[in-house]
Design a protein around this ligand. Structure first.
Ligand code: ADP
Ligand code: ZN
Length: 437
């Protein structure tokens, strides 16, 4: 049932004790870094001040801006010679964010990944195809080390080239796939184009999907298309990457590994903690990282703690599906909208295909939200009244959900441009002339 029974089912009090110890250790490592050394000195922060996990509230926040300003080595809590790997974000706007790891960090991350995969039902008898970019992006190597630690046969397939992916699945009898959800609809279309049915023509049984926001509707579609169970995987590079929080086979929220991360959910405006069950910003502190500990890192991701205990017996808190980052929200015609609200509406409509794109534009001085929606291939038969009816239905349902009326355009399957990596759901052309930081 468990990868590490004792740690995964630790009683609440024991977990708090472990967190307190590890938080103190983390502060000791952090105090060696130029950034935290200065902050701690200014504020009189010492590891001995920590008596319980809640004392975290006396510590300062860390933001992406801090990471960028102290690029590249300002957060190092260990000597450079100890480092064995770095991962970094693309950094199209300014300095990239870079995270360094020593041997301990890589080993504990691999273990967390193995624990996460085991928790979702992956076993060492599985053939695991990782459809994910290898390189500076954490999804490739992060999963790779976990898959090997668990003992599956790993296929480090990399991203893209769908025909090759299908061939790998068939040649080696892949049973588990990890991929970003927005890719899987496209992959299914390639199966269809080849006259193949993944339910019959492969051994697939389990998917791990994550790295980008997606809805319950999206998960259900993936499960039906491929005849698998799909489990949600959450992480961010600043906290290693994948392996921060993962769904167990109950599919009732994502267990966040509290022996390795201290979790806070804060009201993003007041920065006061919100009660369990209420949505706020996820703020995380690493508890088991030496080379680059981060304290109270503001993820910008919005979620809530699901109250109560999980039927699987694990005691680590469960996060609800991440609805997006606070910066994903856009305002149109005075309404606050998250792209996932629109995805939720679209994917409930059976005629809707794999992809969609929201474009925000100024037309005649007014803001407009244009929603391009791919329809399913077998649905379109040239009947204009059918198209018109569907357009009106989608328009009405989006309007009911977000309160702003969109301009809906139905488009052919495959016609929405694909981005490399994570899906781009919103193009905001209103801000073209302004610099977005
Ligand atoms: P970048 O910050 O460049 O996007 P990361 O790979 O670190 O690169 O992305 C982490 C972010 O991706 C998270 O902060 C979150 O916004 C999003 N994310 C990751 N996994 C999920 C998931 N399962 N559900 C929703 N969002 C996710
Ligand atoms: Zn569980």
């Amino acid at each position: 049932m468990y990868w590490e029974k004792q740690l995964e089912t630790l009683a609440h009090d024991e977990l708090k004790k472990l967190q307190t110890e590890r938080l103190k250790e983390t502060l000791t490592y952090a105090a060696r870094s130029p950034f935290y050394k200065q902050v701690f000195q200014q504020k009189g922060i010492r590891p001995e001040l920590i008596k319980q996990p809640d004392d975290i509230r006396r510590l300062p926040y860390t933001t992406k801006q801090h990471l960028r300003e102290n690029f590249p080595y300002g957060f190092l809590g260990a000597p450079k010679q100890e480092l064995i790997r770095l991962h970094s974000s693309s950094g199209t706007t300014g300095n990239p964010t870079v995270i360094f790891h020593n041997r301990h960090d890589i080993a504990s991350w691999a273990n967390l990944m193995a624990r996460s995969l085991y928790c979702a039902g992956v076993r060492d008898t599985d053939v695991f195809q990782n459809i994910c970019g290898y390189g500076l992006f954490t999804g490739g190597l992060g999963f790779q080390y976990g898959i090997e630690r668990l003992g599956c046969l790993s296929i480090p397939a990399g991203a893209g080239n769908s025909l090759r992916q299908i061939k790998l699945m068939q040649d080696y009898g892949t049973t588990v796939v990890h991929a970003i959800p927005s890719y899987l609809g496209r992959l299914y279309e390639i199966f269809q184009a080849e006259g193949l049915d993944p339910r019959k023509d492969t051994d697939l049984r389990l998917f791990v999907i994550g790295a980008e926001p997606h809805t319950e509707e999206q998960r259900q579609r993936i499960e039906e298309m491929f005849g698998v169970k799909a489990y949600n995987s959450f992480g961010l590079s600043e906290m290693n990457g994948p392996g921060v929080a993962f769904e167990c086979t109950e599919q009732a929220g994502l267990h966040i590994w509290e022996d390795s991360y201290l979790v806070e959910i804060l009201n993003p405006d007041t920065l006061e903690p919100v009660p369990d069950g209420e949505v706020g910003e996820l703020v995380l502190t690493t508890l088991d990282r030496q080379a680059m500990p981060l304290i109270r890192y503001r993820t910008r991701d919005l979620t809530r703690i699901i109250p109560g205990t999980c039927a699987c017996g694990r005691t680590h808190a469960r996060l609800d599906r991440i609805t997006g980052r606070s910066d994903d929200m856009f305002i149109i015609k005075g309404c606050n909208v998250f792209p996932m609200q629109i995805e939720g509406v679209l994917l409930k409509i059976p005629e809707v295909g794999a992809d969609y794109l929201i474009t925000l534009e100024q037309r005649n001085g007014a803001d407009e939200m244009i929603v391009d929606v791919e329809v399913k291939k077998d649905w379109f038969n040239g009947d204009i009244t059918r198209l018109d009816r569907l357009t009106r239905k989608i328009t009405q349902q989006i309007r009911d959900e977000v309160l702003a009326k969109p301009i809906v355009r139905l488009v052919e399957p495959g016609s929405i441009p694909k981005s490399e990596g994570k899906a781009v759901r919103v193009k905001d052309n209103r801000t073209l002339n302004t610099v977005k930081l």
